[in-house]
Design a protein around this ligand. Structure first.
Ligand code: F6R
Length: 364
């Protein structure tokens, strides 16, 4: 049932404020002062490293979480594709928590990576959408994402719910390890509880994104740029666009641009820049100006302050509501989902069942 939407993907994008509220309600204590993990939880004071291995969009959720765990909880994190991790014989020692993110909980490579860590890692953690799945059952602790069934092959609401659970874990770890006071934790939790309303408000950008998408649908290639916690979002934007619209898209960390990819820039190369007005904004904007100086057409995704400062000469600016820097990646998933969706609709491709793809990849 598409609930009046043309595609499951559009329905699932629209559901995000609701399902994120449910995820938050499942983890945040009633008095909003603490985060409850299932079962015995995780003792983050006994962990000195986290390894994560996943595939596709779930891998990008892990990459985002790396920024959070390192910055907030001072915990070193390594993230790898499950298909690489499983054959690389990486050392996994005492004090290491191994974390596997998977919507289906059945992805063959992710399950194999989990099994590789059995008997090596101090604890095996899973973040899944299917509590009965193999990955959920074979972990020491499964953290459900409460996204509800996701039918569209391109992951949307599962991604933002994965991010929500991972951010809650990182905040919990930061508090447990003494890097966030009880008061600071409360402030972050209050901000997180405001996210569904802000995301609802952000849905007002859909028409503006659709106008950009109609123009983007004529392109053969596209580049996505982001710095810091926006870099994994750029990767996710490129994946989403190529998988449902079949437009070739790549993502780079903004600072990498001048080390090669800038050679690709001309008037036929739309460049989508993800840049809220945060501490790294000026750096990203200077990379964006290098693109414009070479004739590149820029779509800037930012907030009101960012738009006021940097939209001169930009092809299109998409303005999102203000949000806490730490939470921003969850909100900035929305414009990249809309962009991919409306580009695919404009091209007339099969949005919910893109060619050559399966929802659950149970063979390697
Ligand atoms: C992309 C997408 C895939 C999955 C990947 C992992 O939109 O949906 O990249 O994220 O196949 O699947 P799970 O999360 O089920 O392990």
């Amino acid at each position: 049932d598409k609930a009046g939407h043309k595609h499951f993907m559009s329905k699932e994008i629209a559901e995000q404020p609701t399902v994120i509220s449910e995820t938050l309600a499942a983890y945040i204590a009633n008095d909003a002062s603490d985060i409850n993990l299932p079962g015995d939880g995780v003792d983050f004071t006994k962990i000195n490293r986290i390894v994560m291995a996943s595939c596709g969009t779930a891998y990008y959720a892990c990459l985002t979480a790396k920024y959070w765990f390192e910055q907030l909880a001072h915990l070193p994190v390594e993230v790898d594709f499950a298909s690489e991790f499983r054959y690389r014989t990486p050392p996994v020692t005492e004090g290491t928590a191994a974390l596997f993110v998977s919507q289906s909980g059945e992805t063959a490579d992710t399950l194999a990576a989990l099994r590789y860590c059995e008997g090596k890692a101090s604890s095996i953690l899973a973040v899944t959408n299917v509590p009965e799945s193999s990955i959920a059952r074979e972990s020491d602790l499964n953290m459900p994402i409460y996204a509800g069934a996701e039918i569209g092959v391109a992951s949307t609401k599962a991604f933002t719910c994965q991010l929500t659970v991972l951010l809650l874990m990182a905040l919990k770890a930061a508090h447990a390890r003494g890097h966030l006071t009880g008061e600071e934790l409360k402030v972050k939790l209050a901000a997180l509880r405001g996210l569904p309303a802000i995301m609802n408000q952000a849905m007002g950008i859909e028409e503006a994104v659709r106008d950009v998408a109609v123009q983007l649908s004529h392109s053969r290639d596209a580049l996505f740029l982001g710095r810091g916690v926006m870099f994994p979002l750029a990767l996710e934007g490129a994946l989403k666009l190529k998988e449902i619209s079949y437009i070739h898209a790549e993502a780079y960390a903004s600072g990498e641009l001048k080390h090669g990819p800038i050679a690709l820039i001309d008037e036929n190369m739309p460049v989508i820049v993800m840049a809220p007005r945060d501490a790294l904004f000026d750096k990203t904007v200077s990379n964006m100006q290098e693109v414009m100086a070479r004739g590149g057409k820029v779509v800037l995704i930012t907030d009101a302050a960012g738009a006021a400062e940097a939209s001169d000469g930009v092809w299109h600016t998409i303005v999102l509501p203000d949000i806490d820097d730490v939470i921003a990646p969850i909100l900035y998933a929305l414009p990249v989902q809309y962009l991919a969706y409306h580009t695919a609709v404009a091209k007339g491709t099969d949005v919910d069942q893109p060619r050559n793809l399966a929802k659950s990849v149970t063979v390697e």
